[in-house]
Design a protein around this ligand. Structure first.
Ligand code: SAM
Length: 464
């Protein structure tokens, strides 16, 4: 053995733990009074220990440990790089916002704020699955890239455009009715979903009027009730319109509302007209928006995340206060609650027509409305946001008040592969829980309710 090797051997034997020398070495060297013990020791000397011993003996131990550590550090940086992409590309506000979805383990917030959801009468749900939505997204992204109206401020953004397209192409209606056209973006979306199906569009102003100022869309196979020919959905002679289009089965018609009218009013009108499939674009959360929405109507104490506390020291108040700082559309309890601790609708009001008209309603009336809606609902399905806020960088709606996104936070590769990273972040800012409803047509849809007291729930409820 050379001089260098001898020195190395001595140095390494100093580092060896004493009991290892005694346990393994002594038994081997001493010939073994207790062979059973020796064999046991040998049997339990793991491969890792043997490898370590070998490397220690040969002098490769520390270089290999250092190389191993470098590999672990480098791979951990690569694995987490997608998160770093989001963080480095955004403001400190965004980093704080990130803490709300997983990085700060605030799952409990979701439990407290929850997602109010209208219950359907028989618990029926939609036929499509998460996989269908994902496949739909893949198909829709290149379609959306071709949209004629690139700036659709005050109209639909990406999430709802996808939702309307997806639902329409899935249902394949024989006629599409649109109430609220603006510059024609949603008409264009309906057309992409069903290239040959007629459309009926009701809107006070014809979309062509917007052409003077920029892009707008006018459809060649659409009957427009606009300008001097405008008729409100509730006043339309649907029998005549449907006959003209050769429609005999009203359940083959899809009605899309984006007209900012009281959705309870629209639901009753659609029921009366015998329509079954409805989509509401703006399904505002409680305390927000310019019209009474399905979301608001169904926000009840027995729904998870529904019914609210106006008590300033409540958990909900604390959570809302914090979230209000990060999400523009989030409301704290001061904004949520009106006079007399009225939190339902918007501060106890049932708003209508872009909030040009509104009416204070009692809690009992609000409760009655929800029971009525649930009695005629076969399906209630809220479109999930297309992607989580760490991916879209949206800053408006609070993710604690929505269902789980189709592309969840952290799945940057999928977001990118779908082509979603190519869009300007502003297209993801307009999500307001678009909802698809399937209505039940009751034979005698009359609801009889007997109230007890000012804020109590109905004593008796029945359909006669
Ligand atoms: C938010 S915009 C619609 C946006 C459009 N769907 C889009 O995505 O591009 C609301 C539209 O509803 C129209 N509107 C107002 N009152 C209406 C009513 N009673 N019936 C139908 N449309 C109405 C407004 O003139 C406006 O064009």
């Amino acid at each position: 053995m050379t001089k260098v090797n001898k020195m190395l051997e001595r140095a390494l034997s100093i580092r060896r733990p004493p009991h290892a020398v005694e346990g393994v070495g002594a038994a081997e060297d001493d010939g073994g009074d207790e062979p059973g013990d020796v064999s046991k020791t040998r049997k339990h000397m793991s491969i890792a220990v043997r490898v370590t011993n070998y490397l220690t003996r040969t002098g490769y131990f520390w270089p290999i440990v250092v190389i191993g550590l470098v590999i672990v550090i480098v791979s951990s940086v690569i694995i987490h790089s997608r998160d770093l992409v989001c963080i480095s590309a955004s403001s400190s506000d965004h980093i704080s916002r990130l803490r709300f979805f997983g990085f700060d383990a605030l799952e409990s917030d979701f439990g407290s704020l929850g997602v109010p959801w209208c219950r359907s009468k028989h618990g029926k749900t939609v036929e499509w699955t998460y996989k269908d939505l994902l496949r739909g997204l893949e198909e829709f992204v290149p379609i959306y890239e071709m949209r004629p109206i690139k700036n659709n401020m005050h109209g639909m953004g990406f999430d709802h455009s996808f939702g309307l397209w997806f639902i329409t192409q899935w249902l394949k209606p024989e006629l599409m009715i649109e109430s609220g056209a603006f510059k024609g973006h949603s008409t264009w979306i309906l057309r992409q979903a069903m290239p040959d199906t007629p459309i009926v569009s009701l809107s006070p102003r014809h979309p062509e009027k917007y052409l003077k100022k920029g892009p707008a869309y006018v459809d060649g196979n659409c009957t427009y009730f606009t300008g001097k020919d405008f008729v409100d959905f509730g006043s339309m002679d649907w029998g005549r319109v449907l006959r003209k289009h050769g429609i005999t089965d009203r359940s083959r018609v899809l009605v899309f509302f984006d007209d900012h009218q009281n959705e309870l009013k629209r639901l009753k009108q659609a029921l009366k007209a015998g329509f079954k499939h409805l989509v509401f674009e703006d399904n505002y959360d409680t305390g927000t928006g310019d019209h009474y929405s399905l979301r608001q109507i169904c926000d009840q104490f027995y729904i998870r995340g529904g019914g609210h506390s106006c008590f300033k020291d409540s958990d909900e108040a604390r959570i809302r206060f914090r979230r209000r700082k990060f999400w523009e559309k989030a409301v704290d309890v001061e904004e949520l609650c009106g006079p007399g601790e009225a939190w339902w609708g918007v501060r106890g009001e049932m708003r209508d027509d872009f909030n040009h008209s509104n009416k204070a309603i009692s809690y009992a009336e609000h409760f009655t409305n929800s029971r009525f809606v649930e009695s005629v609902l076969d399906v209630y399905w809220e479109l999930p946001p297309v992607a989580g806020p760490s991916l879209t960088h949206q800053t408006r709606y609070d993710p604690a008040r929505t269902s789980a996104p189709i592309v969840e936070d952290g799945r940057y590769r999928l977001f990118q592969r779908l082509g979603l990273s190519r869009f300007d972040t502003s297209v993801f800012n307009g999500y307001t829980q678009m909802v698809y409803l399937q209505l039940l047509h009751l034979k005698f849809p009359v609801v009889l309710i007997v109230f007890r007291g000012k804020r109590s729930v109905p004593k008796r409820y029945g359909v006669v």
